[in-house]
Ligand binder design. Structure first.
Ligand code: SF4
Ligand code: SF4
Length: 443
């Protein structure tokens, strides 16, 4: 299927069901509860007629696929206790990336480091009310977090001791540009079992153009050398690459192959949809090209998986996991619910990308979550409140799109999101038949 046909096949025809052709059969994705069915010809024709005649609810009822109560109602979800915090441990950066959401690390304000007291107070907030066996995640981001290495390490040590004392399962994450990593960092990150994400934007020339040092010098070679000790360790630690895709990116399958060969635990792509200065943003045509390349990456994943090879393409693994689990949610993520970003000054934001942005301000570490603002956030951000999401068949997988990318902006990436989901549903059907072992061990 070419990309135009894929986009057309994925466009919404009904809000409660979407019909999928996978090449090995026909299927229905029932939106309520994210249920996926293989169909015989009779049922397919029944549902197709219902879609054409806009009588899907009756058809689902007659096929006994309609539930008495929808899995997701209109009420805002009651937020779970805080289970993940992302500390902007350094609101400064040594790179000058063309598209940085954090405006070269400072989030539009003066450059600053988070003091240790703010970091430990954040840890206490994360662990408050937790019991043995509970799971929490502490992430370090920036700016470039390793600019404030001493506080990062002290905070991690403090958090580990406190979590061990309580019997809480604590995981660590770090998102870094990779330029400042040392072999001693590799030892530390391995010891603490960090999930490390390296922002790496593709082949050297492209990465150097998009992610130079402030001096203008390219950073690729520095990073390539600095990450070697991390890639070698990776026992408790996992090191992944994240590629921010801009209109300049022309060959994602090659980048995926190259990075997997470099030894990353996994490699993922995300389109640049919202940069403070508008530079590097993907327009509709760019997203269409990206979709075609993502599908090529997906076919490579399918081929290697059927051949028994590991091919850790993050976007595909994530999508297949969510389809298999039947993930359905009224939000795209946990931002502002159980997950918050913390600024260097100790302000709480809906997530790491809202640090310093009044729109996502939700309290302070010292004063706690502002429950009134949080209630408004949860109500306003519910996917049923978003247009045109409330009638889109992808709404409970997509959740209405990243809040940071959609607040106050038109949604540009819907064809991309739905096209990718349509492709992944087909891939799920194919892989369930040809590589069922892929799904063993998942719920
Ligand atoms: S943002 Fe997601 S849920 Fe909303 S219309 Fe686009 S694809 Fe559908
Ligand atoms: S709002 Fe966007 S950037 Fe923030 S956690 Fe959600 S998906 Fe990620």
């Amino acid at each position: 299927m070419n990309v135009d046909a894929l986009i057309a096949a994925a466009r919404p025809a009904a809000s409660d069901v979407h019909l999928i052709e996978s090449g090995i059969g026909r299927h229905a994705f029932v939106v309520d509860g994210s249920r996926f069915y293989d169909l015989d010809d009779t049922v397919f024709q029944t549902l197709k007629a219902a879609v054409d005649q806009q009588s899907v609810p009756a058809a689902l009822a007659s096929l006994q696929l309609k539930r008495a109560r929808p899995a997701i109602g209109h009420d805002p979800v009651v937020p779970a206790p805080v289970h993940a915090l992302s500390l902007a441990i350094a609101q400064k950066c040594n790179l000058g990336c063309a598209y940085c959401y954090a405006e070269e690390g400072s989030f539009g304000g003066p450059a600053k480091n988070m003091p240790l007291e703010t970091a430990t107070a954040s840890v206490e907030m994360l662990l408050r009310g937790k019991h043995a066996g509970d799971r929490v995640n502490l992430a370090f981001m920036g700016g470039e977090p390793l600019v404030n290495r001493a506080v990062l390490r002290e905070a991690a040590k403090y958090a580990r001791n406190r979590a061990e004392h309580l019997g809480v399962v604590l995981t660590f994450s770090l998102t870094t540009n990779g330029t400042l990593l040392t072999p001693a960092d590799a030892d530390f990150l391995e010891d603490y079992g960090f999930a490390v994400t390296i922002s790496l934007d593709g082949p050297a020339h492209l990465h150097n153009m998009l992610r130079p040092f402030k001096s203008g010098r390219g950073s690729f070679e520095t990073i390539r050398k600095a990450i070697l000790p991390l890639l070698e360790r990776q026992r408790q630690m996992q090191v992944s690459a994240r590629v921010t895709v801009t209109p300049e990116h022309k060959n994602l399958p090659q980048i995926l192959d190259d990075f997997i060969r470099m030894g990353f635990h996994s490699v993922g792509f995300s389109p640049m949809l919202n940069s403070p200065n508008g530079r590097g943003e993907m327009e509709v045509g760019d997203l269409k090209r990206m979709l075609a390349e993502m599908v090529s990456c997906g076919y490579a994943f399918e081929k290697k998986t059927v051949a028994g090879e590991r091919y850790p393409f993050t976007n595909m693994l994530q999508a297949l996991k969510e389809i298999h689990r039947g993930t359905h949610r009224p939000y795209p993520c946990g931002a502002g619910a159980g997950y918050f970003g913390v600024s260097a000054d100790g302000d709480l934001a809906a997530c790491h990308r809202f640090v310093g942005n009044e729109v996502g301000a939700l309290g302070t570490v010292s004063g706690g979550v502002d429950r009134e603002r949080q209630a408004t956030w949860m109500a306003d951000r519910h996917v049923h409140r978003q247009e045109p999401c409330n009638t889109c068949w992808a709404r409970y997988q997509c959740g209405g799109g990243c809040h940071h990318e959609t607040i106050g902006r038109e949604r540009r990436s819907c064809d991309y999101i739905r096209g990718w989901l349509y492709y992944c549903l087909g891939a799920y059907a194919r892989l369930a038949a040809t590589a069922p072992g892929l799904f063993h061990g998942h719920a």
